[in-house]
Design a protein around this ligand. Structure first.
Ligand SMILES: [Zn+2]
Length: 144
């Protein structure tokens, strides 16, 4: 499991932004797969972050979100992406992949809807249209 895949969606995106904005001030390798870095956050002092690539849950950071908790924060993600830009690429690939998949299922769903509508008789069609129009109005809070 890659470190970023254990983070919340918001943390990965914020971490990705930090990586792109070059917020990782410095980093060094402590041992195999373990990296220490300083990441500029919203406060004056950068956060101190240590990531363990092999055991992501052992990573830690002194930011309010992650301190004393076994969670993956945006600073860890930013450090990971800075040390391993290929991980950032993998994240973007995964985002694109899921968007493509979503689009595929949306198209499939539209085909099903089209098939359903084409199979209706006139009176069924009128009833379904009426229901759909009423639902639309209720959703928009419009009545006339
Ligand atoms: Zn943090």
């Amino acid at each position: 499991m890659s470190l970023w895949s254990l983070a919340s969606n918001a943390s990965v995106w914020r971490g990705y932004d930090y990586y792109k904005q070059g917020k990782v001030v410095s980093y060094e390798m402590l041992s195999d797969g373990v990296y220490e870095g300083y990441i500029q956050g919203s406060t004056d002092d950068p956060y101190h972050t240590v990531i363990d690539v092999e055991h992501p849950r052992k990573s830690h950071c002194n930011c309010p979100f992650a301190e004393g908790r076994r969670v993956i924060c945006k600073h860890m993600v930013a450090l990971l992406f800075t040390v391993f830009p290929k991980e950032a690429d993998a994240f973007m690939d995964a985002v694109e992949e899921s968007e493509k998949e979503e689009e595929f299922w949306r198209q499939e769903h539209y085909k099903e809807l089209e098939h359903f509508v084409k199979g209706l008789k006139k009176d069924e069609l009128q009833r379904e249209l009426l229901i759909a129009l009423i639902e639309l109005e209720e959703r928009d809070g419009r009545y006339w």
